[in-house]
Design a binder for this molecule. Structure first.
Ligand code: HEC
Ligand code: HEC
Length: 257
């Protein structure tokens, strides 16, 4: 009888542990969760969950929570909010959606030391500064080029899967900031580069050497916009294991904020 009681207890505990584990934590769930977060929570916590002093909504990327110490608690907070505060939950949403938001929040709190990645961060750093030629376009820790986004905090913005995608498929999502323009002057000469700014009459672009060019629109024959990335896909320039090394390196830059 004791034995049954004990077994029941153990099973109870196991059952509980099971219930606490997020059943919706694939990469797609994280994406869905991010979408819900931006729609429902971003106005208080900020689009990237970094918190907002004006609304008093805390940074959710610091790796520690005061009201939500376990995954199950996090689920409850997201569902029910925190009574007596402006923090309101999304209790109207199905459990699946709530878990997806939890998965997204978890993804922001990964600690690089706890994540087992196939690549070597040390090798990645060598590739980054050497063969990969990444410094020619990217700023990191205050040095490098300005033809691509600053990567100093990329480990906080992107998880390892996303970083891999950034490297292999740069054209997947390219913000307008990184679109290029090809300008043909009245005399037929051509200049190509990133569009820095544009108004009704003028246009400024930065070429590959980071020279700035200023055009008055009345003087150009034509301009053509390209919405693809200037970044070469790593699938053409590097091996898959080198890509893994770069991912490990970039992810190791993740900082606690
Ligand atoms: C109207 C503003 C507002 C909205 C919308 C909002 N929050 Fe909050 N949230 C807050 C505030 C303020 C707190 C801090 C409450 C307190 O004083 O404990 C908080 C606290 C939290 C915490 C607890 C943090 C900790 O340290 O334990 C989590 C988790 C959280 N929010 C997630 C979310 C999610 C997910 C959403 C969207 C479904 C959301 N919040 C929507 C304002 C908001
Ligand atoms: C010719 C310039 C160029 C080179 C070389 C280059 N990149 Fe990029 N990179 C860009 C541009 C432009 C973007 C932004 C557009 C996009 O998403 O592709 C970008 C985007 C990225 C992103 C996504 C950043 C974010 O904030 O989401 C990562 C990560 C990245 N590059 C890493 C690398 C690494 C690692 C290397 C070296 C192997 C490299 N890049 C080489 C131009 C370059």
């Amino acid at each position: 009888m004791y034995r049954n009681l004990l077994l029941g207890l153990l099973m109870g505990i196991a059952g509980q542990a099971e219930a606490q584990k997020n059943p919706f934590d694939t990469r797609i769930d994280v994406r869905m969760g991010q979408r819900v977060f931006r729609a429902e929570c971003g106005r208080c916590h900020g689009r990237d969950a970094k918190g907002n002093d004006e609304t008093g909504a805390p940074d959710l990327t610091t790796g520690s929570f005061s009201a939500a110490s376990t995954e199950a608690k996090l689920f409850e907070v997201v569902r029910d909010g925190i009574p007596g505060t402006t923090m309101i939950g999304i209790g109207w949403a199905p459990d699946e959606t709530i878990w997806q938001v939890v998965a997204y929040i978890d993804s922001l709190n990964l600690n690089p030391d706890d994540v087992d990645l196939p690549g070597s961060a040390d090798q990645g750093q060598k590739l980054y500064n050497g063969k990969g030629n990444c410094t020619s376009c990217h700023m990191l820790g205050g040095s490098g080029g300005r033809l691509g986004p600053d990567l100093s905090t990329v480990g906080n913005r992107r998880d390892p899967d996303e970083l891999k995608e950034d490297l292999l498929e740069p054209n997947e999502t390219v913000l307008p900031r990184w679109w290029t323009m090809r300008i043909t002057r009245a005399d037929g000469s051509v200049t190509e580069g990133l569009r820095m700014n544009e108004d009704t009459f003028t246009l400024r672009i930065m070429d590959k050497e980071e020279n700035l060019w200023h055009f008055s629109k009345s003087q150009i024959r034509s301009s053509k916009r390209t919405e693809t990335s200037t970044m070469p896909s790593a699938s053409e320039t590097l091996t898959m294991s080198e890509v893994d090394d770069l991912v490990a390196y970039l992810f190791s830059l993740r900082k606690e904020s």
